[in-house]
Design a protein around this ligand. Structure first.
Ligand code: URA
Ligand code: URA
Length: 171
């Protein structure tokens, strides 16, 4: 299957009730041959309005962190979320929503075939590695996911809420 075909499927998906309130499904974007796949939680308000991942305040911080690390969105990374539709009021996704949507993300990872996966925040970590995982414990550590290197780091929104977390992330 091609990424474009998957995108069509995701955009027309009605598997959960978020399809009733979504403005724009956010499939993901970046280099489809990127060595780094960044996974976050879910589209927020700005993302829902524009149909693109990380275009709000968190996105600006993410771009700054990528830039300082010598990376950019066009060349080095592909960015998507655990779920592709915005949950009302940005609440954490429910399990029926993540159950419906995770197969799309896993297919996306397979098609893009990155060597490195970066998980932004607790929701990305828990849905990839299990609910027992604690972001505060394992952030910054290399794990493996199907022969790919995988690292959980704090979500940029957490850094904006709590700037004291920034130093560890930059390191
Ligand atoms: N926060 C997320 O988790 N994902 C986005 O795409 C934007 C903000
Ligand atoms: N809690 C979260 O949900 N995400 C973080 O990145 C840190 C704390």
């Amino acid at each position: 299957m091609l990424l474009e075909e998957l995108k069509k499927q995701v955009i027309n998906c009605k598997k959960c009730s978020l399809s009733e309130t979504v403005n724009n499904v956010v499939f993901g974007e970046g280099n489809r041959h990127a060595p780094i796949f960044i996974i976050a939680e879910a589209p927020g308000k700005d993302e829902d309005l524009q149909g693109r991942p990380f275009v709000g305040k968190s996105g600006q911080l993410l771009d700054k962190i990528l830039d300082a690390s010598g990376f950019n969105r066009t060349d080095h990374v592909y960015i998507s979320n655990i779920i592709k539709c915005r949950p009302p009021n940005n609440r954490t996704p429910f399990s029926d929503e993540t159950d419906s949507c995770m197969p799309y993300l896993l297919k996306q990872i397979e098609l893009i075939d990155p060597s490195i996966i970066i998980m932004l925040g607790a929701t990305a970590l828990k849905n990839m590695f299990g609910t027992h995982m604690k972001i505060t414990k394992v952030r910054g550590q290399w794990l493996t996911y199907n022969n790919r290197l995988a690292m959980p780091v704090f979500h940029p929104a957490a850094l904006l809420r709590n700037p004291a977390l920034k130093r560890e992330t930059w390191e």
